[in-house]
Design a protein around this ligand. Structure first.
Ligand code: HSE
Length: 430
């Protein structure tokens, strides 16, 4: 039996979500049990891919949240209204909710979760923080038995991109922001990102889960990155730091209250968060007894965010299936396979290789190597004659991705060349 879902919004994340659900091969088996029944858009003026069967697209968003056949409503509109009202109406009609909307949850979470608890439905939001990085479920479940002390995140990709560019190029904020807007990394109105509001919404959500209590979003002090300049970045660099926009939530020693804030921060270059660059996000969680764990990955983007959205949909489908009398175990927790996967023989695997040769210093030796590799379809990325070891010339080659079997056949041929003394090392390259 298929579980019917309704999407509110068919923009970047909505179409990414449909792409995953409509192409289930090789992904979680539960995807095959999901049917995109309705998709709500504000207007029909844009062409949208993947194309949906006739009648699925509608501009009547209310009809989706009240449709008796739809079990899960996936809210991907963003912004506060009409998202808040539609989510509340969907809950009122007994739908489970999946959302990527950090602003609506950070600001109206109390109302939404009270309604959901009363209605007995889930509101899942893995995509709201950290894009594709699994962080909500790990915090709730895998890390949940720890007493969390701190959650520190680089959780806004736009500002991390801007600060990274400023650090690497020595450029000023306004210059890099303009460039980021041109490349589509920053919004035309960058306020929510550069003034830290987006990061504050996200840390409010993370802190509520990590510290098991609601957070008043308006109480979070929040400073953005507009005032950061090339001079400070350069001094910070001399002192062994990089500047990052951090969202920090810490338990006070009484464990009763928290510190939460968002601000640009000098981070020692040897700290794990210092090397999180560009649009990447990372969340460092420290808890007792586990110690530190860092979750790192793409913090935004179509595929990454859709991956988190669909993982929530699948989680709810798993629970719904388990409550079905035929299923005794939650399919997400039980072992869901009984067959063996076929493994590719190593000779058929493609890899890049590094190989070091010791050769007699005769003319044409590099040509001989090149010919032998070419005879076996091994394409070279670089060839470097490093120098001499005793009386032998030392040559290093790095290949492109090649079939392992072909590479070894080429080596066999090379070993028989008179100009080759030996091949002291062969390594794979990632
Ligand atoms: N504007 C957000 C960012 C996108 O830059 O991280 C994902 O929430």
């Amino acid at each position: 039996m298929a579980f019917k879902i309704g999407l509110l919004g068919y923009g970047t994340v909505g179409t990414g979500t449909a792409e995953i659900i409509l192409d289930p091969t090789g992904r979680n088996n539960l995807l095959q049990d999901i049917e995109i029944a309705r998709v709500g858009v504000r207007s029909f003026d844009k062409p949208r891919l993947p194309e949906l069967p006739p009648g699925v697209l509608t501009t009547d968003l209310e009809a989706i949240v009240t449709d008796p056949e739809i079990e899960i409503v996936v809210e991907l509109l963003g912004g506060l209204e009409p998202s808040r009202s539609l989510i509340l109406k969907a809950i009122d009609h007994g739908k489970h909710i999946v959302t990527a909307n950090k602003a609506v949850i950070a600001r109206h979470g109390e109302e939404i979760y009270n309604a959901a608890n009363k209605a007995g439905v889930y509101v899942l939001l893995e995509a709201a923080v950290g894009g594709g990085i699994p962080v909500i479920k790990p915090l709730k479940q895998s890390l949940g038995v720890n007493r969390i002390q701190t959650v520190i995140g680089i959780i806004n990709g736009t500002t991390n991109y801007i600060l990274t560019q400023m650090t690497q190029e020595g450029a000023d904020f306004s210059e890099v922001l303009a460039e980021a807007q041109k490349l589509g990394y920053a919004e035309a109105d960058p306020t929510a990102d550069v003034d830290g509001y987006d990061a504050a919404d996200k840390i409010a959500i993370l802190a509520a889960i990590a510290f098991n209590g609601r957070i008043k979003r308006e109480d979070i002090p929040c400073e953005g990155i507009r005032q950061i300049n090339a001079t400070d970045i350069s001094y910070a660099d001399d002192l062994g730091f990089v500047i990052k926009l951090l969202a920090i939530a810490k338990a006070n020693s009484n464990n009763d209250s928290l510190q939460i804030r968002v601000h640009p921060t000098l981070v020692s270059k040897d700290h794990p968060l210092a090397n999180v660059n560009g649009v990447y996000n990372a969340i460092l969680v420290e808890g007792d007894p586990l110690g530190q764990v860092m979750l790192f990955g793409p913090g935004a983007g179509k595929g990454a965010t859709a991956s988190a959205v669909v993982s929530d949909i699948v989680n709810i489908v798993g629970i719904l299936q388990a409550s079905n009398i035929k299923e005794k175990l939650d399919p997400l927790l039980r072992c869901s396979h009984e067959h063996f996967k076929q493994l590719t023989p190593i000779a058929d695997i493609n890899s890049r290789f590094y190989a070091r040769f010791l050769c007699h210093d005769v003319s044409g030796v590099i040509g001989h190597l090149g010919t032998s590799f070419a005879n076996h379809n091994v394409s070279l990325e670089s060839v470097v004659q490093i120098g001499f070891r005793n009386d032998l010339a030392e040559i290093v080659v790095v290949t492109h991705d090649v079939q392992e079997g072909n590479f070894h056949q080429a080596l066999e041929e090379i070993k028989s060349l008179e100009s080759i003394d030996s091949i002291p090392s062969i390594l794979r390259v990632l």
